[in-house]
Design a protein around this ligand. Sequence first.
Ligand SMILES: NC(=O)c1ccc[n+]([C@@H]2O[C@H](COP(=O)([O-])OP(=O)(O)OC[C@H]3O[C@@H](n4cnc5c(N)ncnc54)[C@H](O)[C@@H]3O)[C@@H](O)[C@H]2O)c1
Ligand SMILES: [Zn+2]
Length: 411
Amino acid sequence: MDMNNINIEEIVKQVLSGMTGTGASASAPAAAPAPAAAPGVIPKTARVAMMTEKKHFELQEYPLPEVGDDDILVKVEGCGVCGTDAHEYKNDPFGLIPVVLGHEGTGEIVAMGKNVKVDTAGKPVKIGDKVVTCMIFKDDPEITMFDLNKKNVGGADVYGLLPDDDVKFNGWFADYIFIRGGKFGSTFFNVSDLDLDSRILIEPCAVLVHAVERAKTTGILKFNSRVVVQGCGPIGLICIAVLRTMGVENICAVDGNEQRLAFAKRMGADTSVNFMNYQGIEALTDAVKEAQGGHLADFAFQCTGNPKAHANIYKFIRNGGGLCELGFFINGGDATINPHFDLCSKEINLVGSWVYNLRDYATTFDFLKRAKAIGLPMSDLITHKFPLEEINEALETNLAMTGLKIAIVNK
Ligand SMILES: NC(=O)c1ccc[n+]([C@@H]2O[C@H](COP(=O)([O-])OP(=O)(O)OC[C@H]3O[C@@H](n4cnc5c(N)ncnc54)[C@H](O)[C@@H]3O)[C@@H](O)[C@H]2O)c1
Ligand SMILES: [Zn+2]
């Protein structure tokens, strides 16, 4: 602990002595060269990828902020591109421009204030530890890990979706991120025991850990349950992975893309159905049933943002079975079901799932270790890695939907 404190003081001094002032310069400096500081030395300035208009990021260089007693400065190693980033990139639905995006990031602590001793779960932290951020509970900064079951990210902010301000280093698409302490309400976790790819996947995996926790509340999901996972994008594929780490073995993947269905099999689905090969819901239902040895599913996870897919999935579930709908992070429009046939008379146990809570994050760290231990190809979910300089290409690749998870990985 003493060693850490010495390091902290030295590094904070280094930062302070190198600084020409705090906060942003009045006008945004133009695209800057990569920082040339020697390893272990914190530069005076660093770059952020500022989205200055729709479909355009610009690298801008700013002085690194002064690290206060409760703050943490993190050197970014990498950050996944999320569907939410893609929405913001395309249309700015959150009205955040100018903004530094990136909320699926991870990096190494290079400086921290003297009051920072432990992460949000109470685990000790020191310079050099690898961390991820989670929610920012601005209105409730005293919140602790153990009264969070009831709170999900819906009512909170996250780094990477914060309005721009003088600090500038508010998102993970940058060289550094500044985690503000005290009343700001930041939460963060020491995840030094996970490799970089796993750390980049924590946020999307937490979505599925939460969804499976929601599914478990129905009491239907068991070791030997027959489960349908509809939609094999990153969300559906990770859903299969979470189920596999729980020992669920009878998984049928449904999608229209053969490559994704093949990945679903690698991830542990034992059967797959390509809905494009069937005309009409009856034929599709028969195919799903046949894939499960002539049985309808005990439980189904809906992992597409397609309202038609929501309507379809009830047909794949047995009477008294369960359904977790998690495909609509954003409004995808209305779905038409027959409440009598689909829900009521079948006594379907339906749960919705949206994002995650802090507790799910802790579970996710364990899930990622288990997934690796049983040989699930989690890293292969990251199909593209771009340096920060190519962030526009990274977002375009995400929009083109040619890969699965796209990530920015800093040099
Ligand atoms: N609940 C949450 O908190 C949460 C969090 C993140 C994402 N999501 C949502 O999850 C959904 C999936 O995310 P993703 O990143 O995997 O998206 P994605 O677009 O990469 O994958 C969706 C998949 O669904 C398939 N699909 C489309 N229509 C289908 C149909 N009728 N039947 C079967 N498959 C069909 C597509 O071929 C595609 O492979 C998105 O709509 C997203 O909004 C929810
Ligand atoms: Zn995300």
